[in-house]
Structures are given as C-alpha cells and as structure tokens.
Design a protein around this ligand. Structure first.
Ligand SMILES: N[C@@H](CCC(=O)N[C@@H](CS)C(=O)NCC(=O)O)C(=O)O
Length: 250
C-alpha cells in the first residue's frame, strides 16, 4: 500500500490516525505541517477539507480521524478497528463519536490558550517533526500562527473555563467505558485510538495531569500513547482548575 499521512505535530487526531495505521501494520510516510499553513497545504495537495489528519492511500484521499478508521478497516480488515458484534460496535462508535465531537475540541482549546500565553513550550510539541525549516526558525515565526490558531479554535477564556468545568464528567465517562469493556480491552479499537490521544495531550499539561494520572482514563492514555510529545508547565488560573480538584472529580 502506498500511504502518506498529513499531520500537524502533536495534533491529537493526527496521533489517532498514526496509531491506527500502525495497528493495521500499514507502512506510511508522514508529512508534518505547521498549523494554519496546513490549511492551504492540504488544499494544494488535493484535499477538500482543511484539517489534519488527512490520508492519501493508494490514490484515494481520506480526511478526518473517524473516516480514516473506516477506510483502514475496509482496506485491511485485520486486525479490526471495530467489533463485529453489532451491539458492541454501536458502543465503540458512540465512544469514538464522543472522542471526536466532545473531547477533542476542549483539549485543543486549553492547549492553544496556554501556548498563546507562553510560547516557550511550543517547541516541545514539535520534537522530532520535519517542518521543512529549522525548528528554531519555526519557533521564532510562531507568534502569528499561535494567535490565528487560538482564534480559529475559539481558545478564549470562556471556552477554556467551560472545558475545564466539563473535564471531570468527560473523564468519568471514559473511566466508565473502560469498566464496561468498551475501551481498554485486550484488542484496542477505533475509540481507544480516538480517545487516548486526547487524554495523552491533556496529560502534557502540568495543570491537568494530576487529575488524570492514576485513574483508568490516564492508564489508557499511558498504554496507548506512552510518549505523547510536549510539556506545558503550570499556567492556568487556579480558580479555573477548581472543578478538577473537587472530590466529585475523582
Ligand atoms: N475532528 C476532526 C478534526 C481535526 C482537526 O480539527 N484537526 C486540527 C488539528 S488537531 C487542524 O487540522 N487544525 C487546523 C489548524 O490548526 O490550522 C478529526 O478528528 O479529524
């Protein structure tokens, strides 16, 4: 198979797509793109959408982590990304939908909010990336990219506070799915690959890690994506983190 995956380094859905290609044993080449510039670059290589992950595989173009999961199962059914039993499949699809539609965005907003305030950690998220220019130069020119990314992703105070307030319930949901065997089974599935990178990304923030580490959701992230790139020292206002500290969050 001839496969090329377009990613933004440390993008959580991009990590999901990489993990699924690896799960299938499909060798692929990776093109690393800078945020914002990625939109034009994807259009230039023929994709209709503007987000990563975007996959070219045997001449076809597939965009979006959930679409990629289905295409990979169609092209190479073994090992499967979805259970064959219809009820079990529906449960995995619902967890996968939650990961894509509900969990991804607040994690993205929290990270861009943090990077907008302190750009120094950005470099750690690009570790090992091939951006087509020296990493030091990329970091020097990062300010407009960060500002645009924060705006594009609505990474403002209101959304970040809301995301942090909702995080305990989202983590509980993931813990419950693990307890029910929907996630974290012997055979990892599309929902594991969708959700674990979002949790892994959250754990790169010192502000969030204590609320995640040691609980089933944190263990899942460590198992599925043990070396998530990036590290952000404490930066979020203490009052905003209160929902994560309350006993109900545990
Ligand atoms: N939910 C979609 C969304 C993908 C998405 O929003 N990707 C972000 C990176 S995490 C992106 O491409 N953003 C464009 C940019 O940052 O310029 C998926 O799972 O594929």
């Amino acid at each position: 198979m001839d496969a090329r995956l377009f990613v933004i380094p440390a993008s959580h859905p991009s990590v999901a797509a990489q993990l699924m290609l690896e799960h299938k044993g499909i060798a692929y080449k990776r093109t690393d793109l800078l945020p914002v510039i990625s939109k034009g670059a994807l259009r230039a290589v023929g994709f209709s959408g503007i987000t990563v992950p975007a996959l070219k595989i045997d001449g076809d173009k597939v965009q979006g982590s959930r679409q990629i999961a289905r295409e990979l199962d169609r092209l190479r059914p073994e090992p499967p990304l979805f259970p064959s039993d219809p009820e079990a499949r529906a449960a995995v699809e619902e967890a996968e939908r939650f990961g894509d539609e509900e969990l991804q965005s607040p994690m993205r907003q929290i990270l861009w909010w943090a990077i907008k305030r302190d750009k120094a950690p950005l470099r750690s998220y690009s570790e090992g990336a091939k951006l087509g220019l020296p990493i030091s130069l990329a970091m020097k020119t990062a300010a407009p990219i960060v500002a645009l990314s924060a705006r594009f992703n609505e990474a403002d105070d209101e959304h970040v506070r809301q995301g942090l307030a909702e995080l305990p319930a989202m983590l509980k949901k993931v813990d419950d799915w693990i307890a029910a065997g929907v996630l974290g089974g012997e055979q990892l599935n599309a929902a594991d690959f969708q959700i674990a990178p979002s949790i892994g990304l959250a754990m790169t923030l010192d502000d969030l890690r204590p609320a995640i580490e040691g609980r089933p959701a944190g263990d899942l992230a460590k198992r599925v994506v043990p070396d998530y790139p990036g590290h952000t020292p404490p930066i979020l206002p203490a009052a905003w983190l209160e929902p994560l500290r309350s006993p109900a969050a545990a």
